[in-house]
Write a protein that binds this ligand. Sequence first.
Ligand code: FAD
Length: 435
Amino acid sequence: MEKKYDVVIVGTGVAGLFCALSLPQDKKILCISKDALDGCDSFLAQGGICMLRDEADYEAYFEDTMRAGHYENRRESVEIMIKSSQSIINDLVNYGVEFDKKDGEFLFTKEGAHSNNRILFHADITGREITSKLLARAQERDNITLMAHTTMVDWVCHENVCYGIVVADMDGKTTAIEADVTVLACGGLGGVYPHSTNFRHISGDALALAMYHNVKLENCDYVQIHPTTLFTKQGGRSFLISESVRGEGAVLRDKNGERFTDELQPRDVVSHAIFDKMKEQGTEHVWLDFSPIPKDEILNHFPNIYNKCKEAGYDPLTDWVPVVPAQHYFMGGIYVDKDSKTTMEQLYAVGETSCNGVHGRNRLASNSLLESLVFAKRAALDIAARKDYKSAEDFDNLVNMDGYEDLPSIMENYHAMVVGEIKKEADMRAEKEAI
Ligand SMILES: Cc1cc2nc3c(=O)[nH]c(=O)nc-3n(C[C@H](O)[C@H](O)[C@H](O)COP(=O)(O)OP(=O)(O)OC[C@H]3O[C@@H](n4cnc5c(N)ncnc54)[C@H](O)[C@@H]3O)c2cc1C
């Protein structure tokens, strides 16, 4: 394994890959993934990606994002995201990404809390379409090395400057990798929850390292619960039933078949309504009724969801489907500025791991792929513009490589730190709000 790169990127989801592709091609880049290269939540995204369709929609899009976020969003970040959306979609199209079209024009769908149809999609596998194309482009680049099943276990840092990371391979062998810049693109933290739509290995490792090395975090208790995942008794990763299903007309029903909430409110509101109904009626789930959606629309727009429900024994064309809320997304994270810089020098964070304030207290549907891409590109441009990187005088002696012998315990400890931090922040906020 080579031990020195210009930029090391931890994560091969949309954020990590887009950052790598947006960096100058004379930079030597390493991208690592804890799992397979396609083992990331970006591949799972179903519903779509938002885009500002025209200036007339700017105010409404801004307001929808702020309202969903309970007005705790950083206004500057929201503005940057929305104003960058068209050029980011152009970039994706240039990388070969295809969105559904009719008569040569993009089709736009709608999800909860959107006042307009402004979501581009590729059937119900938008994340797979985007991320597989970005991965293919990255694999074509000579300057990008992609390494699967390679886990970041620590940072190599001194006096608040990051000089690289320590990685472990599948056999637990550790190596210190030196880099001018380290970019954390490690996704969310669903792996620490028993019920989550996220991959199990995506478990907030970068957050634990930020705590350990005194890098600022923000809003670690802002965790989004998605209202509708397929209810099964099997355990494992929860299968998401995209909000765009409700956007296209599906309705929620209680055990008596009654509708009990407006299905297109922000996610946290709908999730609360479902939890309240389950408690009131003593049930383990509520029902999702697809019947208001035309049959062709179900089969053509939602083939993946349709097949998954059928596999579980429910035909959305004729049956109501049992659904239950599950952990889905992380609005908080490693605090970053508008160029994705953390509070440690030479360390950036992008995508779900980071908190640039776009989502406030609650994310508006289909804003996260866009946010990840916009701020990953900003990180790349900022990295490219800088020339004055510090290098470690004695890199090999900055970390004690003997300290990683018991890797399973180290990773377990990271998970416990993440769980503890979420709880601590939630308790502190509850106390503050009670005053
Ligand atoms: C089921 C589902 C549906 C979704 N649908 C939508 C949607 O329709 N629209 C939308 O905008 N958003 C959607 N989202 C959210 C969106 O997909 C994610 O927020 C986004 O893809 C995050 O991208 P990312 O690059 O930050 O992280 P990810 O894609 O999660 O990638 C994280 C990467 O980090 C790596 N990693 C983690 N820890 C380590 C470590 N210690 N060492 C090495 N590598 C590590 C992982 O292996 C992985 O490669 C959905 C999410 C899910 C789960």
